[in-house]
Design a protein around this ligand. Structure first.
Ligand code: PRP
Length: 215
């Protein structure tokens, strides 16, 4: 082991992708037992042999840590990468957590959506919703930012439709809603800090290749 080597820092997203991402890192030999301890209050975990350290952050913060170089690499969903639009390099599609970003609502809203008669769209993803409605569909709508359980919005009359992630579709079905338009496919991606990619390219590429092989 080279004692002088600096640690490569990897930011992982808390939440639904966390377990699958850790499994993949483990499979690729980039291990860290400490991080699996559910009772720990520690925020950062290291593997001194590999000189790699991990931390788990709120999903939407992963691209921020990577843009500023506080993390050399990160693993996060494409939804977050697009929404946060940080300056990072997207280097690998891990194919985990596949789902779609969709416009959803009651079947009755389909005609209004087609004919540009939607007035309000509720979403956790205002940037993605704006880009879709303003730039792609050339429709002026009011975007209402929510922080979760977005499916409620059309039910209680906050908006006619929502822009949200659909994985199995069961949340929509359970609430009498359906996919009206698909915006783009999503999955977990590896992102890298731009400067770090130049300074530590050999070590970072080795980690990326190990992940690729484990896929
Ligand atoms: C996500 C998303 C949908 C649901 C889709 O929410 O916003 O609500 O999952 O999954 P499904 O198609 O498999 O039903 P999440 O569980 O992250 O919770 P939140 O709505 O409170 O953010």
């Amino acid at each position: 082991m080279d004692e002088g080597k600096r640690y490569i820092t990897i930011a992982l997203a808390k939440g639904r992708l966390a377990e699958q991402t850790l499994d993949l890192f483990e499979k690729s030999g980039i291990t860290c037992d400490e991080i699996r301890d559910k009772k720990t209050r520690k925020l950062i975990f290291q593997n001194p042999e590999l000189k790699v350290r991990f931390f788990m952050s709120k999903t939407s913060d992963v691209p921020t840590y990577v843009e500023y170089g506080a993390a050399d690499m990160g693993v996060v969903g494409a939804d977050t990468i697009i929404e946060e639009h940080r300056k990072v390099l997207e280097v690998l599609d891990l194919g985990l957590g596949r789902c779609d970003m969709c416009v959803a609502g009651p079947a009755a809203a389909k005609d209004d959506l087609l004919n540009g008669r939607i007035r309000r769209v509720a979403t956790k993803y205002p940037y993605i919703a704006k880009d879709y409605f303003y730039e792609k569909k050339h429709q002026t709508v009011e975007i209402v930012k929510l922080n979760g359980s977005v499916e409620l919005a059309p039910i209680v009359g906050l908006s006619e439709v929502i822009v949200d992630i659909v994985e199995t579709g069961s949340t929509l079905r359970a609430n009498g809603l359906e996919v009206l338009e698909t915006i783009c496919p999503l999955s977990a991606r590896v992102i890298v800090n731009e400067a770090g990619m130049k300074l530590e390219s050999e070590r970072i590429l080795k980690l990326i290749n190990a992940l690729k092989e484990a896929l």
